[in-house]
Design a protein around this ligand. Sequence first.
Ligand SMILES: [Zn+2]
Length: 333
Amino acid sequence: MSFAGLLDFARKDIDIPASSPRNLLKDVHSQFIHQYQADHNSYMYIMSEHLRVSGIYWCVNAMDLSKDLEKMPSQEIIEYVKTCRNSDGGYGPAPGHDSHILHTLCAVQTLLIFGETIDSETSNEIASYVKSLQQEDGSFVGDIAGEIDTRFTMCSLATCHLINRPNTLNIQKAIEFIMRCYNTDGGFGTRPGSESHAGQVYCCVGSLAITGRLEEINRDRTAEWLAFRQCESGGLNGRPEKLPDVCYSWWVLASLAILGRLDFIDEKKMKRFIFACQDDETGGFADRPGDCADPFHTVFGIAALSLFGDETLEPVDPIFCMTKRSLGKLSIL
Ligand SMILES: [Zn+2]
């Protein structure tokens, strides 16, 4: 870390370089994603097998949001995703890897973005896998490792909604668990008693929205906690005393959009930060200005700009982080 970097770390914010991009460089991002996805020999591609299906969803979704989906090799990707499915009904990150709810949701999202129909038998098997993850207290584990996290509740509810099997799960118990993770500051944590974190707020608010239970929380209190994530630079952090990061533009903004409180954020400053995270040479977004771009921050940077109504992008659904076009009548808001 450079000396300037150390200073930023101490004050928990960054300065936006004057030379940073000031508008959306859509075309270089499509190139970045396309190359990233196509180059199967790159170091990054080979090293990312443990999160491949999620990576595919980030790339496919970024292209769909950018109105460039037709540039992706749809048949090749669909076939690959299907080979990641296991006999337990779930999907792993790559063929031969154990199922995980994160990859199961990303697989379903990817297939739907390409307009694939998931047949009834497959949907039943996916639903039975997701059901096997729910615990006695209503919480969810992500896989056989057994870690409990409110992220897995959101992924489970979202998966069952997208395959039209919402009643597979014990919704009442799932919501009771979510509400045990609701903190007095308005945020949510990973488990009861855990500190509030923007990623978990998104997952819990999303879970309440999917199940039609948003009235369980004080919207303004939660929205205020989210609005306090905005730093002087305009960027958003995940929790107090942390540096801003472009992926939180999505977790925080989408939560505010679901709550109907997007105006709690200074949009102009926010956009300035997001634009500055773009790499104007290679394309793609980094977590912060000047860092290395990757597909994860690229999709969430683009999705955040779509939430602000950028007309060059497809409108995004704040709950499912997919285009409203691909969701069709599966949209809730
Ligand atoms: Zn990040």
